[in-house]
Design a protein around this ligand. Structure first.
Ligand code: SF4
Ligand code: SF4
Length: 150
């Protein structure tokens, strides 16, 4: 698998706030959150950016990009300094209630949140420019940059 081809697509406008994705997350503290925003829900989860601002910000080598493109957080190296939180454009890496940083690891390529979502708000699939147009209503150029495609 090439992580730059298979990516997590987030379509917050389809989210109904049911919480199934949050329940399905196998992490000790769910790495996906769905805060209510005006007129709907915002699905907050790591997009595994390329290049990833959090990886560049971490002075302790606790964040890196795996061969499959997953941006991985090694808790044993993490000091919870929150430098990654400060630069993440999606609010997707955060200090959990136990004092450890929390971030999605894509469930080794089979994200449970995607399986759990009945609304199609989470898609794990090949990246295409068309999907970028659908996604998050962000400027396509910005999304392509996050995906390392421009
Ligand atoms: S991809 Fe896996 S670890 Fe990440 S939020 Fe979804 S269920 Fe949780
Ligand atoms: S900057 Fe945020 S969204 Fe991008 S890889 Fe890091 S934690 Fe994930």
């Amino acid at each position: 698998m090439n992580g730059r081809e298979y990516l997590l697509h987030v379509l917050s406008e389809k989210c109904t706030g049911c919480g199934d994705c949050v329940e399905a997350c196998p992490m000790d503290e769910p790495a996906i959150r769905i805060p209510e925003v005006s007129g709907g829900w915002d699905v907050v989860v790591c997009r595994h950016c390329s290049p990833a601002p959090c990886v560049e910000a971490c002075e302790f080598g606790a964040l890196w990009v795996k061969d499959d493109g997953t941006v991985f957080l090694a808790r044993e190296l993490c000091t919870s300094c929150k430098a990654c939180t400060a630069v993440c454009p999606f609010g997707a890496v955060f200090l959990g209630t136990t004092g450890e940083m929390v971030k999605c690891d894509l469930c080794k390529g089979k994200p449970r949140c995607v399986e759990a979502c009945r609304e199609g708000a989470l898609i794990y699939d090949r990246f295409t420019e068309k999907k970028a147009l659908m996604e998050e209503k962000k400027p396509v150029k910005e999304l392509l940059a996050f995906r390392g495609l421009v």
